[in-house]
Design a protein around this ligand. Structure first.
Ligand code: ADP
Ligand code: F6P
Length: 333
């Protein structure tokens, strides 16, 4: 029997991502439009355990759709991995009348939602991370904005790299995943892209690319290095020593997590926020909303967490072919 939900809580957890505010706004307004009460929970699961819970109305989310970050603040709360604290979290939800909860975050945050669902609080997860590293979905809230931010920054580095005829290693975020690096590789026309999923630590091949490119008259050599590989500064020193070409490392860092969300992040995050509320209103629990094959879908959190995904092989191939004049594509099968 579907359980009727009367009061919906919403929290953001893990790393913030542009578009989280659009999702929060959608949760609040869709819930009110469906006749539900809404409570905001500050600072993720840490705030839940500290009872940082407040009533939200339609004005609580005015003027936030265009803003990066999260008005609810976010946190990492290691103690929430323990049953004792999960039980306390469920009790606090009950005390505040929260019978449905929307958790906006990544895989770690979904595990918290999964545990609360098992303890009787209906939960729905929304994928919020710039890393795009959630297996059940082709879209995560914040990725589009982060990629555009990184792309614009890399264009700027490229200008100065060309003027000085340098090699530039630009490190982008993504934790252990190479999605931001791969997208920037294609969008910025980088000569080389180092992806954690595929990297073989063969710096000699990299050095040869740089030297061959220079012989062909290339005025710069852009290497996009994913954070999961890291060590850009020491890599730059080794490459400069091996090629004789001045090499600089730029780590883009947290600027990729901020800024006004793109239209795509605003629209998709808004849609996902509304879907989360609709799922709760239908009595669903332990679900995560995703986007696959052009449609918004939802999965059981247990199944979603068990899924795996990797980089798109064709995207990797075209990234190499378009950025490297010597690259020969394998025959079409
Ligand atoms: P993300 O949600 O972006 O993957 P984290 O992995 O840092 O980020 O997780 C965010 C938070 O989710 C953690 O700080 C913790 O509060 C909660 N969390 C993570 N793993 C678990 C778990 N196994 N059980 C319960 N809560 C968890
Ligand atoms: O998950 C988002 C992310 O920005 C990753 O790309 C990065 O590895 C991590 O968070 C950085 O976390 P923190 O802000 O805690 O340094």
């Amino acid at each position: 029997m579907a359980k009727e939900v009367n009061t919906i809580g919403v929290l953001t957890s893990g790393g913030d991502a542009p578009g989280m505010n659009a999702a929060v706004r959608a949760v609040v307004r869709q819930a009110i439009a469906r006749g539900k009460k809404v409570k905001g929970i500050r600072r993720g699961y840490a705030g839940l355990l500290n009872e940082e819970i407040f009533d939200m109305d339609t004005h609580s989310v005015s003027d936030i759709i265009s803003r990066g970050g999260t008005i609810l603040q976010t946190a990492r709360c290691l103690e929430f991995k323990e049953l004792e604290y999960q039980q306390k979290g469920a009790e606090i939800c009950r005390k505040h009348g929260i019978d449905g909860l929307v958790v906006i975050g990544g895989d770690g945050s979904f595990q918290g939602a999964q545990k609360l669902a098992a303890l009787g609080i209906n939960t729905i997860g929304l994928p919020g991370t710039i890393d795009l590293d959630i297996a059940c979905t082709e879209y995560t809230i914040g990725f589009d904005t982060a990629v555009n931010t990184a792309m614009e920054a890399i264009d700027k580095v490229r200008d100065t790299s060309t003027s000085h005829e340098r090699c530039s290693i630009i490190e982008v975020m993504g934790r252990g995943a190479g999605y931001i690096a791969l997208w920037c590789g294609i969008a910025n026309g980088a000569e080389d892209v180092l992806l954690p999923e595929l990297y073989d630590y063969d710096e000699q091949t990299l050095v040869s690319h740089i030297i061959e490119g220079r012989k062909r008259g290339k005025q710069h050599h852009i290497i996009i290095n994913a954070e999961g590989i890291g060590h850009s500064a020491s890599m730059a020193k080794r490459i400069e020593a091996a090629t004789g070409i001045e090499t600089r490392a730029t780590i883009l860092g947290h600027m990729q997590r901020g800024g006004n969300p793109t239209a795509k992040d605003r629209v998709y995050a808004s849609t996902m926020g509304c879907l989360a509320v609709d799922l709760l209103c239908k009595g669903a629990s332990n679900r995560v909303v995703g986007y696959r094959h052009g449609e918004f879908v939802d999965f059981d959190i247990d199944e979603a967490l068990a899924m795996q995904k990797g980089l798109d092989d064709y995207q990797v191939e075209i990234c190499q072919a378009l950025g490297n004049a010597d690259y020969k594509l394998p025959p079409l099968s």
